[in-house]
Design a protein around this ligand. Structure first.
Ligand code: ADP
Length: 253
């Protein structure tokens, strides 16, 4: 049985912009799903609805009520006046912040695994972009999320750094197996990471292709090795990355 069910009739912002329409999918427990679609179509809006940050929509979104949820954004959103460790402790429950509980031990392990132990007392302003993302990954995984929402988390990094972070993410996902929804513009990144790619149309977004990635794991570590698969997909469906607005009516917003 599926873990996450998304059945959206529509999401219309108060200014009349209809961003999602007739968008339906389900995700299995532990599945890694990438969401790929043109800019401004509604990918962030969709993640916000799933996270419960916005409840103003028509339709339904279901996952088990006791699910622990983590959200990782394009910016790492570390509080600049707190150390790396204190930023991570913020998401731990009160006893775990003080005592040697399971989650506290888990933080220690993750800091070590992501090579941040020596920087636990550093402030975000003293870290590189890649280190900030590693701290955000620790914060995302320390609560052992059942559902992990990621909104272009490796955008605006140089490719080697982004590539290292993708490998760390895959390692953490293999060990913890949250259900992941990962928004990206980068088809190579989606092919490297995901079990399935949901291609979204232009606004208002609906799914134009639900694509199971035909690659065994572990995947080739270099994204350029995925290029032949990307070329083949785009040759068959050249419209995929720009999305075709089949529901859009002029003047609809
Ligand atoms: P994406 O993540 O795919 O780039 P977004 O979900 O950020 O797209 O936005 C989808 C559309 O909804 C865009 O046209 C955007 O301008 C509009 N939008 C986003 N947030 C709001 C808001 N709070 N009020 C009105 N329109 C919004």
């Amino acid at each position: 049985m599926s873990f996450l069910h998304v059945d959206l009739q529509h999401k219309i912002y108060p200014n009349g912009v209809c961003t999602l329409q007739d968008l339906h999918f389900a995700a299995d427990k532990g599945e890694f799903i990438a969401l790929v679609g043109p800019s401004g179509t509604g990918k962030s809006t969709l993640l916000n609805l799933i996270a419960g940050l916005d409840s103003d929509f028509h339709g339904s979104i279901h996952y088990p009520p006791d699910t622990s949820l983590s959200f990782m954004f394009q910016e790492p959103h570390l509080l600049p006046w707190l150390s790396v460790e204190d930023n991570i402790r913020l998401v731990l429950d009160a006893p775990a912040r003080q005592a040697d509980t399971q989650r506290f031990t888990r933080m220690e392990t993750l800091l070590e695994q992501l090579d941040l132990t020596d920087f636990r007392n550093s402030f975000p302003g003293q870290l590189s972009g890649g280190m900030k993302r590693r701290a955000a990954l620790v914060r995302a995984f320390v609560t052992q999320p059942g559902l992990l929402l990621m909104d272009e988390p490796f955008q605006s990094l140089d490719e080697p750094t982004a590539q290292g972070l993708r490998q760390l993410l895959l390692q953490l996902w293999e060990e913890n197996r949250p259900t992941v929804l990962f928004v990206t513009h980068n088809l190579n990144e989606a092919l490297l990471l995901a079990d399935r790619i949901l291609f979204l149309s232009a606004r208002p977004a609906h799914i134009i292709l639900d694509y199971p990635v035909p690659l065994a794991r572990p995947r080739p570590p270099e994204t350029h090795q995925l290029q032949p698969l990307q070329d083949e997909l785009l040759q068959q469906r050249p419209e995929l990355l720009c999305g075709i607005p089949t529901f859009y009516q002029p003047g609809q917003g």
